[in-house]
Write a new protein. Structure first.
Length: 177
């Protein structure tokens, strides 16, 4: 089975996880900016990774459009973000907002906690994060998630780990055998 790992990364976390996955699965790695439907057609399966930005998986729409124009048969998706793995409801909401009901059943999907890197963010993303921080600071009666988020977005941090890629890698170990 020929596998392509492709990704869209703004701050480097998704690229890092993509590199880990490609190395572990011994498959081709390519930045989404260099992928075409024709190139995708050379593979049986495409693993796409994108960072979460404002609840959306960066690049997923483009990756799905290319896949539909290619002859590749299967898609697997992973998302990276600063949301803690323990926030299961938040992560489930991300999947429901990014995949259709049918896709939720047919596309294997994985979440990998990463971090927050203000130094590599665009000016626009920094402004949006500042607005979120201000909104959270001024909000009364915060729930536990909002309190944690307010604390988490105060500064850059990196909690990415190879272990967060293991569920996806293990999934392929099972289907290859």
């Amino acid at each position: 089975m020929k596998i392509l790992v492709t990704y869209k990364s703004k701050t480097g976390y998704t690229r890092m996880y993509s590199e880990i996955i490609a190395e572990e699965l011994d498959c081709t790695l390519m930045d989404l900016r260099k992928v075409t439907a024709e190139k995708m057609s050379a593979f049986d399966l495409v693993i796409f990774g994108g960072g979460l930005y404002r609840g959306r998986i960066n690049g997923l729409k483009k990756a799905k459009e290319m896949l539909n124009r290619s002859t590749a048969k299967k898609l697997v998706v992973f998302a990276t973000g600063a949301t803690p793995n323990a926030e299961k409801e938040v992560i489930e909401g991300v999947w429901k907002d990014n995949l259709t009901q049918e896709e939720l059943k047919t596309i294997p999907h994985f979440y990998m906690q990463s971090g927050l890197c203000y130094e590599k963010m665009s000016f626009t993303d920094k402004i949006l994060m500042k607005a979120l921080a201000t909104m959270l600071k001024n909000k009364k009666d915060k729930n536990s998630f909002e309190k944690g988020l307010e604390e988490a977005i105060k500064s850059s941090y990196d909690i990415s780990s190879k272990e967060f890629a293991e569920p996806l890698v293990n999934y392929f170990s099972q289907i290859r055998n």
